[in-house]
Design a protein around this ligand. Structure first.
Ligand code: IDP
Ligand code: MG
Length: 137
């Protein structure tokens, strides 16, 4: 099924100069970039985006991390892209993410409260629709 997902290059990915590499991977895979913009996340936007994490102990540091610099927001499109992009990103914890995945190749753990892992991808059709509306309204 052709579907769309919300992809984000997080502040660490932008700061470390990985935008080109990550966009290359999206294009090399054959997914289409429908829309792309650089922007800064606000407290309000992040609380909505991470609604399932807002009450967790790591949330304040997660929000600080996500506001530590600009992000690249992308709408990607392709058959089963939601699952495909999650596979390309790899596991949430970059120490555990397999080599060959974006997080496995481009990220690692640091001594920080929030886990920095360079990219985001929607985890379901419902989240994808919600997140695209939120970031591209
Ligand atoms: P995902 O990004 O792979 O979907 P989620 O569990 O939805 O992972 O978590 C959202 C983001 O919050 C992660 O990408 C990571 O940056 C951060 N995070 C998740 N779990 C932890 C944790 O246990 N400690 C610190 N940060 C975390
Ligand atoms: Mg998630």
């Amino acid at each position: 099924m052709v579907e769309q997902t919300f992809i984000m290059i997080k502040p660490d990915g932008v700061k470390r100069g990985k935008v080109g590499e990550i966009i290359n991977r999206i294009e090399n895979k054959g997914y289409r970039i429908i829309s792309l913009k650089m922007m800064s996340a606000t407290e309000d936007l992040l609380a909505k985006h991470y609604e399932e994490h807002v009450d967790k102990p790591f949330y304040p540091e997660l929000a600080n991390y996500m506001m530590s610099g600009p992000v690249i927001a992308i709408i990607g499109e392709g058959t089963n892209i939601i699952e495909g992009w999650r596979n390309m990103m790899g596991a949430t914890n970059p120490t555990l993410a397999q080599p060959g995945t974006i997080r496995g190749d481009l990220a690692r753990e640091w001594d920080t409260e929030a886990m920095m892992n360079v990219v985001h991808g929607s985890d379901s059709k419902t989240s994808a629709e919600r997140e695209i509306k939120l970031w591209f309204s």
